[in-house]
Design a protein around this ligand. Structure first.
Ligand SMILES: Nc1ncnc2c1ncn2[C@@H]1O[C@H](COP(=O)(O)OP(=O)(O)O)[C@@H](O)[C@H]1O
Ligand SMILES: [Mg+2]
Length: 381
């Protein structure tokens, strides 16, 4: 297999970034040289390229970011591409070559370039992101794990909070929720309980987990009689704020008290939407809830973005739904779109993020691009 690992020129060395489509990126003067001299990476949308071309000793290496910035002496040959997962790539861009020429992303808007984030020297205070949609099965848990893992790969310290009594986030990271003595439930309900006692390290460096299991369903009822019940999670997370750069909360599929707690603790909300006919149903209720929390409990809260998931551009239906979502939410829709692939359910069984389970897959690249887009939005503030 003609796969290669790309180490971002501007990023941290040693972090394998999936090479989705490795294509010939040859230097005219050395057209017969083996391809080891050029590593390229193309994101799943086929629109942006980060490439380091140079000789093997690393001298004269050039770093360029987009197709139209290809230096003289190099040429780009779209026909020479190699797709490790062509079927999935086609779900995102049926005519990748045309999209690349026109630089239009899957949402129909021009696709900006999201730079590879540089390393951090110190960490915190954390930005808290709530992954929220009261509909089940839209990709909240999948997005929490993989966005978290991609941010961690970029050197960010990440804490994931499983805030769904079903414990799917914990399972997705290889934890058996039934065997846990202490969970996020204890952190919420028992005064004096410290987060360190509940925290679990995940197999992903830089990424920790506050796990949960069915115990958490009792909290929903027990919290009702608490003083300042909506800010219980916020109080529990406070001592951890300086240890992390990002805290991502995987919400349960309801707009009950647990979700309101997540929204009260959060700075930003990400709403995953499955590209399906009923995707927009219920979103009005969700935005209303977000607005109420903003007004009454957490004025800092904002909708960071709508994330289209399980997109399949080969179907007219998926394209239409995405167009409707963009029409309704405009710039709130992330440029990054997550395609539908069986690789995601597989990762749940494997108990690890797609960024490690299938590091070179288009799905892993999609979540890396999402991480860069989220970071770019945070830095734009
Ligand atoms: N992009 C995708 N393509 C295919 N299947 C996906 C994708 N994202 C998630 N899934 C699968 O869909 C199911 C629901 O996703 P999940 O992330 O658990 O949703 P939620 O947390 O909103 O209920 C899971 O089995 C998951 O593996
Ligand atoms: Mg879930």
């Amino acid at each position: 297999m003609n796969e290669s690992t790309f180490t971002p020129g501007g990023g941290q060395p040693g972090i394998p970034v999936g090479s989705v489509a490795v294509r010939t990126f040859a230097n005219n003067a050395a057209a017969n040289q083996p391809m080891t001299t050029a590593h390229t990476m193309k994101m799943m949308d086929g629109l942006h390229v980060n490439a380091t071309a140079g000789n093997e000793s690393g001298r004269e290496s050039t770093h360029f970011a987009a197709y139209d910035e290809v230096p003289e002496g190099h040429f780009y040959d779209p026909d020479a591409e190699y797709e490790p997962d062509p079927e999935y790539a086609a779900t995102l861009a049926p005519d990748a070559a045309r999209q690349r020429r026109e630089r239009i992303g899957p949402t129909g808007r021009p696709l900006p370039y999201f730079p590879i984030p540089g390393p951090l020297t110190d960490h915190g205070p954390a930005k808290i992101i709530a992954m929220c949609n009261q509909k089940g099965g839209v990709g909240k848990t999948t997005s929490t794990i993989n966005l978290g893992a991609a941010l961690a790969e970029y050197g960010r310290r990440v804490l994931l909070v499983d805030f769904d009594p079903q414990g799917a986030l914990s399972v997705g990271l290889g934890v058996n929720p039934m065997e846990l003595d202490l969970t996020v439930y204890n952190l919420l309900m028992e005064r004096g309980m410290s987060a360190d006692e509940v925290l679990l390290k995940t197999a992903v460096p830089n990424m920790d987990l506050l796990p949960s299991n069915i115990d958490l369903s009792a909290a929903e009822v027990q919290l009702v009689s608490e003083v300042a019940r909506e800010s219980t999670l916020q109080r529990a997370l406070k001592p951890l704020m300086n240890d992390y750069d990002y805290i991502v909360i995987d919400c349960q599929p309801s707009l009950g008290l647990l979700t309101v707690n997540a929204l009260t603790a959060a700075h930003k909300v990400i709403v995953p939407l499955e590209c399906e006919f009923f995707a927009l149903r219920g979103v009005a209720l969700l935005t209303e809830t977000i607005e109420k929390v903003q007004e009454r409990l957490n004025p800092e809260l904002e909708l960071d973005g709508i994330l289209a998931t399980m997109y399949d551009s080969r179907t007219v239906h998926s394209r239409e739904v995405l167009a409707r979502v963009v029409e309704a939410f405009d710039d709130h829709v992330y440029h990054t779109v997550i395609g539908r692939t069986v690789r995601f359910p597989e990762t749940t069984v494997a108990g690890e993020p797609i960024t490690t389970y299938a590091s070179n897959s288009v799905g892993a690249a999609a979540y890396r691009q999402l991480a860069r887009e989220v970071l770019a939005r945070c830095h734009a503030e």
